[in-house]
Design a protein around this ligand. Structure first.
Ligand SMILES: C[S@@+](CC[C@H](N)C(=O)[O-])C[C@H]1O[C@@H](n2cnc3c(N)ncnc32)[C@H](O)[C@@H]1O
Length: 265
């Protein structure tokens, strides 16, 4: 396969039930142009860095940055020296190398959750790498994601008279930023044309073990619910009951949130 500027060359993978839907929401709010320079945060295996590279073409430049060397390696293996204007580097989005230039666009699919704990300061830092007149667009699962599930876990915790666990669960739920938080931070940072889009994404599963070990849920969302318990045996009991009562929290909806804002000239 050779390098090409055909936009269909690096489509978002249709069989990815998580990154692709978030990337679709993200790409719907970002304005890409031929020749643009783009910094793609938390690039992972390259969704949507490859797609963005195709959009900006060989006169553009895309730099994907990710914390985990394994992810960078995976992206480079997929790339195999094609689209040479796309580069992947290892790095922390909260400590972007100071020698990087400013970019026309900053993107990041499923990235904003990693700006914690101080999301406002982290956003402020990242914006130093955006050119005046440039656009930032990031996506993340926002507050409200799987709320009926957290309510069902809370109900089960209450049945077992668990106090600390319920507090930990509520703290975990509220740690997720809302579109209102994002709007407030972007305004405080004097950003222009702030746009926030939220769309539901249904996650399907059968009850029981399939739910408890669902690849999209166990590594991240459910893991955090288990961490609310000191006693992991008790966690198993509670979570088993919850997993067999899926009708009480389905459809299971994540909130796909993407925001876009422009840096004033
Ligand atoms: C959910 S994946 C998203 C990857 C890709 N953008 C996608 O849509 O498939 C999150 C990525 O964020 C990376 N990550 C987490 N914390 C990070 C940090 N502080 N700096 C850079 N990357 C980070 C992880 O290594 C992982 O590849």
């Amino acid at each position: 396969m050779s390098s090409t500027t055909n936009n269909d060359y690096w489509p978002l993978p249709k069989n990815d039930p998580w990154s692709t839907p978030f990337a679709e929401t993200l790409l719907s709010v970002v304005d890409l142009f031929s020749g643009a320079s783009v910094l793609d945060l938390a690039a992972g295996g390259g969704i949507p860095s490859f797609h963005i590279a195709e959009e900006v073409g060989p006169t553009g430049k895309v730099l994907g940055i990710d914390l985990h060397p394994g992810q960078i390696q995976r992206a480079k293996t997929v790339q195999a020296h094609r689209v040479p204007w796309l580069q992947f580097i290892h790095g922390d989005i909260k400590k972007i190398p100071q020698d990087l230039p400013q970019f026309d666009r900053i993107t990041g699919n499923l990235s904003f959750m990693f700006f914690r704990p101080d999301r406002f300061s982290a956003l402020n830092e990242v914006l130093k790498f955006l050119k005046p007149g440039g656009q930032i667009a990031l996506s993340f699962p926002s507050l409200g994601t799987f709320d009926p599930l957290w309510a069902r876990i809370d109900k089960e915790m209450k049945k077992h008279k668990l106090v600390k666990e319920r507090e930990a669960l509520e703290e975990y739920r509220l740690e997720r930023p809302s579109s209102d938080h994002v709007q407030g931070w972007l305004k405080e940072l004097d950003m222009d044309q702030i746009k926030i889009k939220e769309e539901p994404l249904e996650i399907k599963s059968n009850p029981g073990q399939e739910f408890l070990y669902h690849p999209l849920l166990r590594n991240g969302f459910l893991e955090d619910a288990y961490e609310c318990f000191e006693d992991q045996k008790l966690a198993e009991t509670v979570m088993n009951s919850v997993s067999n009562d899926m009708e009480s929290f389905t459809p299971l909806l994540a909130i796909r949130c993407a925001f876009s804002a422009w840096k004033k000239n």
